[in-house]
Design a protein around this ligand. Structure first.
Ligand code: ASP
Length: 358
């Protein structure tokens, strides 16, 4: 009996050692992952919002104006990356260009709430440290993406909201504007049209009424993702939210994991679309998680989330993303998404619609 117990103990020890070795080997192989090819040393992708963007509703001048601004914005980030700057700087500075333009639903071009106010959301994430910052419902900060970065770098918090966020921005010396800065006639007209549209929808049990140009005006948002020469990923998103949103409503854009996510082990993602669904779907983190835990490629992970998961929930929209190897993705399930991408060779691609060569 004594001998038998001794033998049993020995077997257990050998067995557990073997498992440990296997475990070690397994975890090493997991760290290494499948053979990866570095597609781009650095790369940058931007979006200016997804929605019912139809060619028949756009003039040639509109198209040209959007493309010009997208190109101006992405070139700012591209130059930063090319000169060895950080992905965080590229994301912030690129988003500034779009926030300062009335064309996009962020900063200057922010849409109106049902109370006729402009309440802006933004977030940014550093893929190297998994540090993140966000601001929600601000009314006086000219460039909310910089507030998000300041929250990340100069506060112990991840998100500040409402008056507290506005005051923090002022204390930190960020540019403050009167809330009238965000008034644009076109966004006010959109609010009036959407209010009429929503009334009709309610009367018809939300089924019958559909007007592409009106539905489109509910969406917007800008975002940028970048990989820098040091292999660091960053993502940022900034928005006025959705036209006629209830005042106080916070969308996905400032929610880390929904509107924005970056992780040096996987990818950087920025979302645009119907925020409530993007929050429930945890879109940006889900794409990263599919890569990390299931070994999916960025392209496949983005497809599953945007073409299957979000439509199944009843939502729509899109994402831009770049992975740690510089692969870039622009995936959306709407008729269009303002978008642009640039690789390390300086090759630029710009698009608006899904069904047309732009
Ligand atoms: N996702 C934004 C929000 O729901 C809107 C958008 O992307 O157009 O606030």
């Amino acid at each position: 009996m004594k001998n038998f117990l001794y033998l049993l103990c020995l077997c257990l020890i050998v067995f557990s050692c073997k498992n440990e070795e296997e475990l070690k080997a397994f975890s090493e192989s997991r760290k290494a992952g499948p053979v990866q090819v570095q597609t781009n040393e650095f790369a940058i992708v931007i979006h200016g919002g997804a929605g019912t963007i139809l060619k028949e509703n756009m003039t040639k001048d509109d198209e040209a104006a959007y493309k010009l601004k997208l190109e101006e914005a992405i070139r700012v980030g591209y130059e930063i990356l090319k000169n060895g700057g950080s992905s965080l700087d590229a994301v912030e500075q690129t988003i500034h260009i779009m926030e300062n333009s009335p064309l996009f639903n962020a900063g200057k071009g922010a849409v109106f709430t049902n109370a006729g106010t402009n309440e802006l959301d933004a977030s940014i994430m550093d893929g190297k440290t998994l540090n993140a910052g966000a601001s929600a419902g601000t009314k006086t900060v000219k460039n909310p993406i910089s507030l998000a970065r300041t929250v990340m770098e100069h506060s112990p918090h991840v998100m500040l909201a409402g008056d507290g966020a506005d005051v923090f921005a002022q204390e930190q010396g960020l540019e403050i504007v009167d809330s009238t800065y965000f008034y644009t006639e076109s966004r006010m007209n959109s609010l009036i049209r959407v209010k009429n549209c929503d009334e009709i929808e309610e009367g018809d049990n939300k089924t019958a009424f559909y007007d592409a140009s009106i539905k489109d005006s509910k969406f917007g948002t800008v975002g940028c993702v970048a990989l820098d020469k040091s292999g660091n990923l960053a993502a940022g998103t900034s928005t006025g939210g959705m036209t006629n949103k209830r005042w106080g409503r916070i969308g996905d854009a400032p929610i880390i994991g929904a509107g924005t996510y970056a992780n040096n082990n996987t990818c950087a993602v920025s979302s645009t679309g119907w925020g409530e669904f993007f929050i429930r779907g945890m879109v940006a983190h889900d794409i990263s998680a599919l890569m990390e835990y299931k070994g999916l490629s960025l392209q496949e992970a983005a497809r599953v989330v945007i073409q299957e998961k979000i439509p199944d929930l009843g939502g729509d929209g899109g994402i831009i993303a770049v992975d740690k190897n510089g692969n870039m993705v622009m995936e959306f399930n709407t008729a269009g998404m303002y978008r642009a991408a640039m690789n390390d060779k300086g090759e630029l691609s710009i698009g608006i619609y899904k069904d047309y060569e732009d």
